[in-house]
Ligand binder design. Structure first.
Ligand code: GLV
Ligand code: GLV
Length: 321
């Protein structure tokens, strides 16, 4: 069976083309993913699918591919777009790209953290209006993150750790929940394990989400959690949109309970929330956390290596377990 790649991924494809153990077929445009009909047709008889976050790989797609399918290699660390149970039932290996994007996502997290607390995007929008202005002591005053503000990292894993490292350099206090909150690494970056999610929400000036999207984490941040957050605090999400109930977030911002939010991901991507879009104190980006040039190449390369390994009967480098 062939290898189906759901978008052209640039130079990396040429780099791997010669080594591939099967014929490569690539969807024709990087601008749009294959629509459902195209996807179901293109995977027929495939031995491997190299997918992106925009491709929903469920039982129907796996069945359309058929018995020859050995691997779905996602070019992302998150894999909520793939039905893992359906893959396991069909003996299809699923791989992702952990590790190679930690720094890129952590950098963008800090970009959003600073853009919201120091009102960067808001100030930029103001300048572009061409309005006459003069420096003012009250103009665009925001939160001093370096003066001992507390960052709450929800779901401290690889990316959260890279965020903690940066936050420590900024002089922030850091509390965290998650599987690595008690690690030595975490301690070395000044992380204090939170006693509970509720405690984290209560003490953090900025809450940043770094956990995967699963049925259990959907709406992890809803009306109740937002109400627990400190008055005047900020929410940053570079993980997955559905972790946050956007309508509840819009309410919390409207009421002034929260001072701002920085969102790289959205509950109903590619749709964005029309209320949040009108708010000056919200910074919204089009899911670009891993969009560093070297990072994107490394993600694609890792997906190709995983594909080659599985098709050659070897262990993939980074299987999803
Ligand atoms: C991007 O969203 C990823 O999961 O890598
Ligand atoms: C601000 O521009 C300052 O000079 O303090």
């Amino acid at each position: 069976g062939h290898i189906y790649l759901t978008r052209p991924l640039g130079d990396v494809v040429e780099q791997f083309r010669q080594q591939l153990p099967a014929q490569l077929r690539v969807h024709h445009t990087s601008e749009f993913p294959p629509d459902r009909t195209e996807l179901l047709e293109a995977v027929r008889g495939a031995g491997a699918i190299i997918s992106l976050v925009t491709d929903r790989i469920d039982a129907e797609v796996l069945d359309a591919a058929g018995d020859q399918l050995k691997v779905v290699a996602n070019v992302a660390v998150g894999y909520d777009n793939i039905d893992l149970d359906a893959a396991a039932e069909r003996n299809v290996t699923v791989t992702n790209t952990p590790g190679v994007l930690d720094d890129a996502v952590a950098d963008l997290t800090l970009a959003l953290l600073l853009a919201t607390t120091r009102r960067v995007a808001e100030g930029d929008r103001f300048i572009r209006t061409g309005t006459e202005w003069i420096w003012s002591p009250e103009g665009y005053v925001g939160l001093d993150v370096s003066a001992g503000a507390t960052l709450g990292i929800v779901g401290l894993g690889r990316i959260g750790m890279a965020v903690a490292k940066r936050a420590q350099a900024f002089g922030m206090n850091i509390v965290a929940t998650g599987r690595r909150a008690h690690d030595d690494d975490a301690r070395s970056f000044g992380v204090r394990p939170a006693s509970s999610m509720h405690e984290l929400l209560r003490v953090a000036d900025i809450v940043s989400l770094h956990c995967p999207l699963t049925p259990e984490t959907k709406h992890l941040i809803g009306a109740e959690q937002l109400a627990s957050m400190k008055p005047g605090s900020y929410l940053i999400n570079t993980a997955r949109g559905p972790l946050v109930d956007e309508e509840a977030l819009a309410d919390a911002l409207d009421s002034g309970h929260l001072s701002g939010a920085g969102l790289d991901v959205h509950e109903f991507e590619p749709q964005t929330n029309s209320r949040l879009r009108t708010m000056e104190q919200v910074v919204m980006l089009p899911h670009i956390g891993s969009a560093g040039d070297a990072t994107r190449n490394e993600m694609a390369a890792l997906a190709f290596r995983n594909t080659i390994a599985v098709l050659s009967g070897e262990q993939p480098l980074t299987p999803v377990e």
